[in-house]
Design a protein around this ligand. Sequence first.
Ligand code: PLP
Length: 405
Amino acid sequence: MDIDRISQEIYNNIKNANRIISPYIHKTPVEYSASLSTHSNADIYLKYENLQKTGSFKARGALYKIYKVKDRVKGVVAASAGNHAQGVAYASKIFNLKSIIVMPTKASVSKVMATKSYGAEVVLYGDIYDDAEKKAYEIAKERGYEFIHPFDDPDVISGQGTLGYELLQQLPDIEAIIVPIGGGGLISGVAIALKKRKPNIMVYGVEPENAPKMSVSLKEGKPTVVEVKPTIADGLATKKPGKLTYEIISRYVDDVVTVSEDEIAEAVYYLLERGKVVVEGAGATSVATILNEKLDLRGKKTVLLLSGGNIDLTAMYRILLRGLSRTGRIMSLRMHVPDVPGTLAKITSIIAQHRGNIVEVLHDRTDINSPAWYTMLKITIEVPGKEALDRIVEDLKKMNIIILE
Ligand SMILES: Cc1ncc(COP(=O)(O)O)c(C=O)c1O
């Protein structure tokens, strides 16, 4: 593969792609983050691509690719469980082309609805992405439609590269960037856009520990299939990099790091609480990298790409609950309490004194593990913080209550 020639062609196309797609996308904001800068001793900026049309950067690549094929095909087909589906559906609508999106049967209802809302025909097929992809290729062949690859396509990569082009206009003295990696189309486009203009800009990739295809492939020296475990960064749950994206990343990306599921969840929670911004797991991996000091960026003007915001509300709910309990703001206390009238009233009054708010009470007199004349009580409370909780526990112990761990 002549990677120098292909990369140069992609670079040459990015400016043109930007001109073509800019009427249909937002120029997403870039903002300084004081708290993340203090945390990392770097100058941290966030690029809010979660606010992009369709909720992710995917609209960029899809728009440019579909623009390129629109005059020679009757329709397009894509396979995706998430953001690529919405990008392709949106872009097809813009260019008046029919689109069929094959989604695995387990795709979330909200993503299926969003894809349909752009006018795409949705076919639900198979348990996993691979089944859906096979079906999509079949449909493309039967109907003479163009299959739109989610990442391993020079035009898709040029479209994603418009993000890097836009960033250079917004922050010309950028020194480093962290980009989430799924199949690698996004980071390939961004790396070419930045490095070919300013080779000293450091480009870093991040992927979940549960889907480490690019780190493993770089170590192996070739695109390598990895086992993918469930991840809340579902947009990055790819088992193998593309042939083209692997070559581009080997050439232009300085390092790739991994983050754990807890680190990703913490980053989603952090962005919601501190930034008041909704970012999906994949999009928050760049922030997880900084919060967990995976890279030394001291003194560098660094952009963290928030690549998408399409998080399921049920996933967000679980992340919130975990985050609130990790930071000691919502807690469940299990205890054995004396089985006499008035105990519950005393307990609730102690909780109230320390500004705790009761969420749920479970009072189980049938619990056989309770000592004689005691009963089991589980109380879930919201508290202002860990200190208040410690004081509540202290006061409860003074009442002969046995706190269970
Ligand atoms: C929100 C989000 N971020 C990042 C990526 C990774 O993009 P790529 O597959 O081009 O590496 C995806 C892919 O779907 C995504 O949905």
